[in-house]
Ligand binder design. Structure first.
Ligand SMILES: [Zn+2]
Length: 431
């Protein structure tokens, strides 16, 4: 690998905004990020022109089911349990080997084309996911979904998770991390969750789980186990692990205290929550309680799009309207949630999440050169309330250009999208 120099535009490092900035990386590590006038003279390498735009840290998508691109716009206007039972789970049973790879390849293209450099994925056929992530050049925090509704399948999935960890944790030059992925309190028994936690501690792996996604889930968990889903994390010992908790739309005030004491945090997914009408996490309250909150899209089966910009925008807008406070989640804070706070939830804040010397070079160049984004005014506010993923011109992950003005170096999108169309027709036939 060699050097990379990004210059010509504004730079938001995650902390500071430079009207004219520059970033220089060598072997994927940032050597300099700051005012373009201070760029060291020895900076050399692949030149990325950010003129007319702003350079931002790569976006951290804390919650995906990447291959659900195959279910995009194919299961609409249904509440969560009908959506799962009637559409998603039957479609997943029709998967053939290779389908998940195609769906994940398509997802990775969509992600890097909209400025995302990390996906946190929970799904099945995870070797196919990992291979697609490695090939796309993106960073992946990957978890095989676990459930013990069928106890023997639960046992197999646990064994597969351990083998998957051994094969892929730290792979792809360190771009892939492996977590354990217990699906949800309504698909995992407390005894199973306890075993997941013990395995996670033994491996040193984090745990990615859906928690308190719907009010029904909170009520049924209370009825069955006498506690909330968040309290169940403590009762089963999962709270001793690093936790990545998707949704948490219905925490009680007592849950807030437990959540604030965790290593890890919450993946707030407002697009998916709004579309499935499950509620909206009280993000301002959670943050005030000391809970780390990052952002995720969820899968394209529910969210339709893996573009993080609508998620960023809706996180800001829903925080404002639910609190009645126009000052809630200002642009600087919601952008931090999509970058450095996401990295903190994952425990990767020493490596990614901001553009600073010593960190890995994950960034996106966002073009502001179109009528809807001119004149720029407050650039950070524009990033939240005006920009879409379509405005991303170039994405760099680990010092390599992975997306450049409609092109994906080393990847031909044509065959992938054609295969994805065929798979969608097969798995949704008769639905
Ligand atoms: Zn999910």
């Amino acid at each position: 690998m060699s050097g990379l120099v990004v210059r010509g535009g504004a730079l938001w490092t995650g902390w500071h905004l430079y009207p004219s900035g520059a970033v220089w990386a060598e072997d994927g590590e940032i050597r300099f990020a700051g005012d373009a006038r201070d760029l060291p003279g020895e900076a050399r390498g692949v030149e990325v022109d950010a003129s007319g735009g702003v350079v931002i840290p790569g976006l951290v998508n804390l919650h995906t089911h990447a291959a659900m691109t195959l279910m995009r716009a194919a299961a609409e206007d249904l509440p969560l349990m009908r959506w799962l039972n009637e559409r998603i789970w039957p479609a997943e049973e029709r998967f053939e080997p290779g389908d998940v790879r195609v769906g994940t390849q398509l997802a990775c293209m969509e992600l890097v084309a909209s400025g995302t450099t990390v996906l946190c994925d929970m799904y099945l056929a995870m070797d196919e996911v990992a291979e697609a992530v490695a090939q796309a050049g993106i960073r992946g925090v990957l978890a095989r979904g676990l459930a013990d509704v069928d106890p023997s399948a639960g046992e197999r999935a646990l064994a597969e998770s351990e083998a998957f960890f051994a094969r892929w944790h730290g792979a792809a030059e360190g771009r892939i991390q492996v977590m354990l992925g217990p699906h949800a309190p309504y698909t995992c028994s407390p005894a199973y969750l306890r075993r997941v936690g013990e395995l996670a501690l033994r491996l040193g792996a984090g745990v990615h789980m859906h928690v308190s996604e719907t009010l029904e889930e909170v009520e049924s968990t209370r009825a069955a186990h006498g506690m909330t889903p968040v309290e169940m994390l403590r009762a089963t010992g999962l709270d001793r692990c690093r936790l990545l908790l998707a949704h948490v739309t219905h925490p009680t005030p007592e849950d807030d205290v437990i959540l604030a004491g965790l290593t890890g945090g919450v993946a707030h997914c407002p697009v998916s929550n709004l579309k499935l009408a499950t509620g909206i996490a009280p993000v301002v309250r959670l943050r005030q309680a000391g809970v780390r909150v990052g952002l995720g899209t969820d899968g394209a089966g529910s969210a339709t799009s893996l573009d993080m910009f609508p998620t960023i925008r809706l996180a800001a807008l829903t925080a404002k309207v639910t609190t009645g406070d126009a000052g809630a989640l200002p642009a600087r804070e919601v952008l931090a949630m999509a970058t450095r706070e996401g990295a903190r939830v994952l425990g990767l804040e020493d490596r990614i999440g901001t553009l600073e010397a010593g960190k890995r070079c994950d960034l996106a160049v966002v073009s502001l050169d179109r009528p809807g984004l001119e004149p720029a005014g407050d650039v950070l506010s524009l990033l939240v309330h005006g920009v879409t993923g379509q405005d991303v011109a170039v994405t760099v992950c680990d010092g390599r250009v992975v997306y450049d003005h409609g092109r994906f170096p080393g990847v031909d999108p044509g065959p992938v999208t054609a295969a994805a169309r065929r798979i969608q027709a097969r798995i949704t036939a008769g639905a």
